[in-house]
Design a protein around this ligand. Sequence first.
Ligand SMILES: Cc1ncc(COP(=O)(O)O)c(C=O)c1O
Length: 450
Amino acid sequence: MPVHRTVLGEDALPRQWYNVLVDMPTKPAPALNPATKQPVGPDDLSAIFPMALIAQEVSTDRWIDIPEEVLEALALWRPTPLHRAWRLEKALGTPAHIYYKNESVSPPGSHKPNTAVPQAYFNKKEGIKRLSTETGAGQWGSALSFACNYFDLECMVYMVRVSFQQKPYRKSMMNTWGGTVIASPSDQTNVGRAILAEHPDSPGSLGMAISEAVEDAATRDDTNYALGSVLNHVLLHQTVIGLEMKKQFDIVGEKPDVLVGCTGGGSNFAGFFLPYIPDKLESPDMRIVCVEPASCPTLTRGKFAYDFGDTGKMTPIMQMHTLGHDFVPPGIHAGGLRYHGMAPIVSALVDDGTIEAVAGHQLEVFAASVMFARTEGIIPAPETAHAIWAACEEAKKCIETGEEKVIAFNFSGHGLVDMAAYDAYLGGKLHNYAYPQEAIEESWKNLPVI
Ligand SMILES: Cc1ncc(COP(=O)(O)O)c(C=O)c1O
C-alpha cells in the first residue's frame, strides 16, 4: 500500500521557531506610530503586548527557542501529518504529486492555536489576567479561548457580526472553553458605538473588530490584546508547520516544486512557506503561491502602501498590500480571508517578486472543496478551500505538460463548523463577487499620508 500520511513522533516537534527576517533579501519597512509617524518602539506597544512578544517582533536572531511549557501544549496535537492526496490526484487525472499538511487536527480545528498557545503563555508569564481579540470566521477566537483556558486566562472575543450570525457553533466552542463572545461592531466600545451610529446594519469587518479589541485592551490594566495574524511574531510561531514539513518531505524523499496556501492576514501560509525561503533563494524555479478571494483581493489588486491595520486607526501604520482600512468586503463565507491588509513580511515578499499571488472566485473554490471532501474525505474550511482550488489548478497544468510536479498546500482548517456555507453552495445560493475597482479606489483616498 502506498504511504498516505507521513507522521512524526512528539520528539520531532521543532524546538525553535524560524525568524525569516534574518534571511529576507528585502526587509519589511518599520511599523510607524499612528500619531507621530515615527517607527514604533517597545514603549508604543507595551500597553497592549507583553515584552517577550515585542522582543520577538523585532528579533534579529534566526532561531528563537520555544519554551518547554509551550511545547507541552503544542504536543496535544503536533506534529501534524503530511498527507499524499492520492485520490484527489486520480480524480483530477494529473501526473502531479499533491501533498497537504493537515493543520485541521488541532483541538479548535485549524493552525491558529500554534500562535494562540505561545501568546497566552507569554502574557500569563508577565502577569496579565485577560486577553481581548477579534475573530473573523471564529477560528482564531476559538483558538485563543482554547489557549486562554489552558493557561487560566480570561478571553474576550469581538466576532465580526456576519460570521457571528453565519457560524453560531464557533461561539459555542469559545463559550465551552470559557471565552466571552460578542458581535462586532458592538455597543461595548467607543469605536463600535461610533460605527453603529453611522451604519446600524454594518456586517462588521476584521478591521472594525480589531479596533474594538485594541480599545478594550488599551483601557484596562489587566488586559492585553492578542492578534491572530499579520504581525511578525504570529508568523514566527506558525513556522512549526513548515519546519515539520521539511522533515516529512525528507522522509518521503521528495522536494516541493510549488507551495500553495490561502492568505487572509498571511499567518498559516507564512508558517508553511517561510522555512522554505532559503530553499527558494537557492532554487528560483520553486514557486510559492498565495491564494485569496476575488471579493477581497488584497495582494492581487491592493496597493503596496502604509496603512492602518484597523478601521478605527488605533494600530501602528504598516507597509503592506491594502484595500484601504475602511474597505468593507462582502459577507463571503471565508470570513478569515475578509481582511483589507496583509502581513508586512508576506507583502514584502510579493512586492520583491520572491512569491506570487492569485485570486479565486467563490463558486470555483467551493467546487474544488467539495471535490476534495469527496476524494480525501475531510471537509475543508472555506478559507482552506482557496488553497485547494489553486493547488488543483496547478495540478491541472501538469496534465497538459506531463510534468510530475510536487505540489504541497497547507490544509489550514476543517469546515465542520462551517456547514451553512456548504448548504448555501450546494443549494445554489452562492454567487461570485469581484470587488468593483471604484470602491477600492474610494477607500485608498483615506490612506494615511506619510
Ligand atoms: C482555517 C483558516 N485558514 C486561513 C485563515 C486566514 O488567516 P491567515 O492568513 O492568517 O492564516 C483563517 C482565518 O481565520 C482560518 O480560519
